[in-house]
Design a protein around this ligand. Structure first.
Ligand SMILES: *[C@@H]1O[C@H](CO)[C@@H](O)[C@H](O)[C@H]1NC(C)=O
Ligand SMILES: *[C@@H]1O[C@H](CO)[C@@H](O)[C@H](O)[C@H]1NC(C)=O
Length: 225
C-alpha cells in the first residue's frame, strides 16, 4: 500500500517536471516612433493541454518601477487602470488572439508616455504553480522627427527627356532607425484620387517599382505630375 502511494507520487513529480509554464514576450528593447502602430507578441508553453490561455498586459513607468499599471486582459473586462481605460474602450488598444496560447497586444497610436516596461502575464490553468507566469520587455518611444523636403518647381520636359527629382529625408534621433522613401504620382485632373506609386526604396534598401496604372486612369499614357 505504502509503496503504491510512493510510486504514484514519483510519477506525478516526473510528469510535472516536463510541463513547466514558460511565457515568452517579443524581446526588446522595442524602439517605436510616437504615433505609430505598435504590436507586442506574447505566448505561453508548458501548461496542461487543451486549455485556452488568457493574457493580461500591464506596464511599469521608468520613473515608478514598482507600480503596476494594468492595461488589458483577455479574461476580464474593465481591467485597465484609469490612464488606459479610455484608449482600451475606444479600441485604440486591443488584444488580437492568434491561437489558444499566443496573443498580440496592439497599440494603434503609441504615445510618449507609453514608454516603459511591458509585462505579459498568463493566469495559471493547472492545479499547481510551476514555471514562469509572466515576461517583460522594454518599449522606448521616440519622437517623430521625420522631415521631408523637396524644392517646389515647375519642370517642362519633352517626351523622352531625362527627369531628375530630388527629395531630402531626415530625422533626428540617437536610435538606429530605418527609412523607406517612395515617389508617387498624383493626377493633376483629379486631386482626390489616390496617388500612384512609382518607385519605393524600402527600409531594407530594396528598390521596388509601383504597380500598373489602374484601368480607370486611362492606361499607361504619359502623365504630368
Ligand atoms: C512563441 O513560442 C515559440 C516556442 O514555442 C518561440 O519559438 C517563439 O519565439 C515565441 N514567440 C514569441 C514572440 O513569444
Ligand atoms: C528595461 O529597462 C530598464 C532600464 O533601462 C532596465 O533596468 C531593465 O533591466 C530592462 N528590462 C528588460 C526586461 O529588458
Amino acid at each position: 500500500m505504502a509503496t503504491g502511494a510512493l510510486l504514484f507520487a514519483c510519477a506525478l513529480l516526473g510528469g510535472v517536471a516536463v510541463a513547466q509554464r514558460v511565457v515568452t514576450l517579443q524581446s526588446g528593447p522595442l524602439v517605436r516612433t510616437e504615433g505609430s502602430h505598435v504590436t507586442i507578441l506574447c505566448n505561453v508553453t508548458g501548461y496542461k493541454e487543451g486549455m485556452e490561455q488568457d493574457f493580461e498586459w500591464s506596464m511599469y513607468l521608468p520613473s515608478v518601477a514598482d507600480r503596476e499599471i494594468r492595461i488589458i486582459s483577455t479574461a476580464q473586462l474593465n481591467y485597465a487602470y484609469a490612464v488606459y481605460s479610455q484608449r482600451v474602450n475606444s479600441k485604440e488598444i486591443y488584444v488580437e488572439r492568434l491561437s489558444g496560447d499566443s496573443a498580440m497586444l496592439h497599440i494603434t497610436k503609441v504615445q510618449a508616455n507609453d514608454q516603459g516596461l511591458f509585462e505579459c502575464y498568463t493566469p495559471n490553468t493547472d492545479g499547481q504553480y510551476l514555471g514562469s507566469y509572466s515576461a517583460r520587455t522594454n518599449l522606448t518611444v521616440i519622437a517623430d522627427s521625420l522631415t521631408v523636403t523637396a524644392p517646389a518647381q515647375t519642370l517642362s520636359k519633352v517626351e523622352g527627356d531625362t527627369l531628375q527629382l530630388t527629395c531630402e529625408v531626415s530625422r533626428t534621433t540617437l536610435q538606429h532607425t530605418h527609412l523607406s522613401v517612395g515617389w508617387y504620382l498624383r493626377s493633376p485632373e483629379d486631386a482626390a484620387s489616390p496617388p500612384q506609386e512609382l518607385v519605393t526604396l524600402s527600409r531594407d534598401f530594396v528598390l521596388r517599382s509601383g504597380g500598373p496604372v489602374p484601368a480607370e486612369d486611362g492606361g499607361r499614357g504619359p502623365q504630368a505630375g
